[in-house]
Design a binder for this molecule. Structure first.
Ligand code: ADP
Ligand code: MG
Ligand code: ZN
Length: 621
């Protein structure tokens, strides 16, 4: 809790205290009124009988002076004047002449008046304050309670940046992409004069702790423009119907402040698939999301507002968010490899006293699967350990111990991989890469990695050279072979196979089935389409297939699919056996540095034949 909150809290307590005192004071005074010997009715009687010569009205207190010289005290009711009250009690105005009785009203003392007024008002203020306090607590802090509809976006200006690109390491591609965005914001004229369209939305995607929030903050620090930051979950907090108006408010502010950046963290909280799920009410989220889309579409090209959003669940995002003109730039934050981890360690070791024996490279090697947040946490643990042991510097064994601690943490356990698993993954990915490279029709391999991404243990990034609209039979067959390459490598090297290929097998089977039933690419079944596809809209994006063919055709289809998949697997085995030495070399390299890029791959395994883009060669005969 910051000091401002503390101050406000003590004010609340003081108000409570004062309020209680005044309430006590009041009830005490009420009591004195009721236990008064001389009632106001009696006073009226005494005036009528001419017993009183003088009544001094001091606020509600009545000083009574009798003709016989004695004195008394009475009280009037607070809500009317003394004269009004005795008139009501039967005294006639003629009896109020100075001969009979002198009524003297003292001017109210200022101080008493204040107390009196406060006495009325304070309890209300106190109760209102209490309400305000409770509301604030319930909403988890933030601005005042009554502006529900206003965005709670925090505005940062780029004047005194706390985070810059120097604080972000290990994710060079993502940094580069965002550096470009910064340039847009710094010198928009440069781009506009060339007719370039400035991107509206940038979507940062990556596992938790890979530095999405950090990167966005760095952008604001570097660009030197106002930076509005809000978290998707804040849109959907407590009060239904405010999400959309918060979005409107936020964007209005941003537009008035352009050029600027709007950062929506954890956008998946509002950006989930709309209409998915039966019956469940996601109205609030939907309205909020719709409003975001409306605002984004409403931007003119010269509105210099760039929206950066972050998510660790791109798979559940509403496709509408990904449409052109919206988040058309997507930046993936990978888990860092050894080199990346070393760079991140360097960032966080800055300004910490390290013993000369500390070797960040060794630490980087010992922390596979760690993301930036894990590494930061680990260094912090090491510093705490060193301090607890009374050291002046952090030593290598402090790091060793803290690595173990972080790994033992509950959420990390599932992510660490054993050495043997790492080996299997390395050969598996190498198998994909080598088969893909040996087949001229297959796409280029851009990067191989044995760092987990999503559910996959590792991945081989294979990208098409150009967008194809036509896909040849040979191309599909080649893709199937390279998909089978992983499983084939496991079989060859370990004489055993693992569950790691399940996704590959699924995709291969799907390709084979499509060839047979959709694309008419099977000689056995001929150029025909089998089965009808129905889209079940209300189930989201599920498809069901309706069979419109006989049992015997179904059997033929199954046989044909099995045949295609089987021969793809055989081809993969053949290729890998032929290039066994390359397979070993590549797996070795992967184990050493976790990722291998295209350049390094070219060195290990030069492409055997030039590629022709995968289209069939014309039969000139
Ligand atoms: P995300 O938003 O992706 O879940 P954060 O940006 O909140 O992750 O990262 C949490 C912390 O971890 C950061 O404040 C930073 O200290 C550290 N960190 C994460 N990624 C990096 C990185 N690439 N370079 C340096 N520090 C990082
Ligand atoms: Mg974050
Ligand atoms: Zn695979």
């Amino acid at each position: 809790m910051d000091s401002g909150t503390n101050n406000r809290q003590s004010i609340i307590y003081i108000m409570l205290f004062v309020g209680i005192i005044i309430l006590v004071f009041y009830s005490f005074r009420q009591q004195t009124v009721t236990t008064e010997d001389i009632t106001i009715g009696q006073v009226a009687q005494e005036i009528k009988f001419g017993k009183l010569t003088r009544v001094i009205v001091n606020e509600d207190e009545l000083e009574l002076i009798y003709r016989d010289g004695t004195e008394g005290i009475s009280h009037k009711e607070p809500d009317a004047t003394f004269v009004q009250q005795i008139l009501e009690l039967g005294v006639i105005s003629a009896e109020l002449n100075p001969e009979n009785v002198i009524v003297e009203v003292k001017p109210p003392s200022a101080w008493f008046g204040v107390i009196n007024v406060l006495g009325y008002i304070l309890p209300f203020i106190m109760i209102a304050g209490l309400f305000w306090f409770v509301f604030r607590q319930a909403r988890g802090g933030g601005s005042a309670a009554m502006n529900f509809g206003q965005s709670k976006a925090r505005k940062l200006t780029g004047d005194n940046p706390t985070v810059t690109f120097d604080d972000v390491a290990g994710i060079p591609e993502a940094k580069e992409e965002l550096a470009e965005v910064v340039e847009f914001l710094r010198e928009p004229e440069k781009f506009i004069s060339l007719g370039a369209r400035i991107p509206k939305g940038v979507l940062l995607m990556g596992a938790p702790g890979t530095g999405k929030t950090l990167l966005a903050k760095a952008v604001s620090g570097e660009a030197g423009v106002p930076f509005y930051s809000i978290s998707g979950s804040e849109f959907v907090e407590m009060f239904v119907g405010v999400g959309a108006s918060r979005v409107r408010d936020l964007f209005d502010k941003a537009k008035g402040d352009s050029p600027c950046i709007v950062f929506v963290d954890e956008i998946d909280a509002v950006g989930r698939h709309r209409g998915a799920g039966l019956g469940g009410s996601h109205d609030e989220r939907e309205q909020t999301l719709n409003q975001i889309l409306v605002e984004m579409d409403g931007f003119d090209t010269d509105t210099n507002v760039i929206i950066i959003a972050a998510t660790n669940r791109p798979d559940i995002l509403d496709p509408a968010l990904l449409r052109p003109g919206r988040f058309d730039r997507r930046v993936i934050l990978d888990q860092p490899d050894i080199k990346g981890r070393e760079a991140i360690l360097e960032v966080h070791a800055r300004g910490k006293p390290l013993a000369p024996d500390v070797d960040l490279k060794t630490i980087a090697k010992a922390t596979p699967g760690f993301v930036g947040a894990d590494l930061e946490n680990m260094i912090n643990e090491a510093a705490i350990l060193a301090a607890r042991n009374g050291k002046k510097v952090i030593e290598q064994d402090d790091f060793q111990e803290s690595i173990e601690r972080v790994i033992a943490g509950p959420q990390r356990k599932s992510r660490i991989i054993s050495d043997i698993e790492k080996q299997i993954i390395a050969y598996h990915e190498a198998g994909h890469a080598i088969t893909a490279r040996s087949l001229p029709e297959a796409d280029h391999v851009h990067k191989i990695s044995i760092i987990a991404r999503g559910q996959a243990g590792g991945y081989t990034l294979i990208l098409p050279d150009s967008d194809r609209t036509l896909v040849s039979r040979n191309k599909i067959l080649a893709d199937m072979v390279s998909l089978m390459g992983g499983r084939a490598a496991e079989e060859i090297v370990f004489s055993d196979i693992t569950s790691g290929a399940s996704n590959d097998l699924e995709r291969v089977t799907k390709l084979a089935r499509e060839m047979v039933t959709r694309l008419g690419m099977s000689s056995e079944l001929g150029p025909m389409v089998y089965g009808k596809k129905d889209e079940m809209v209300f189930l989201g994006k599920e498809f069901t297939e309706q069979r419109d063919y006989s049992e015997s055709v179904a059997e033929k289809i199954d046989n044909e699919v099995r045949e295609l998949v089987g021969s793809a697997y055989q081809r993969a085995l053949d290729i890998l056996k032929e290039h066994r030495d390359v397979l070993e070399a590549l797996a070795e390299k992967l184990l050493e540095q976790e990722t291998v890029d295209k350049k390094e791959l070219d060195k290990i395994f030069p492409i055997p034949t030039p590629k022709d883009g995968g289209m069939p060669v014309k039969n000139t005969k």
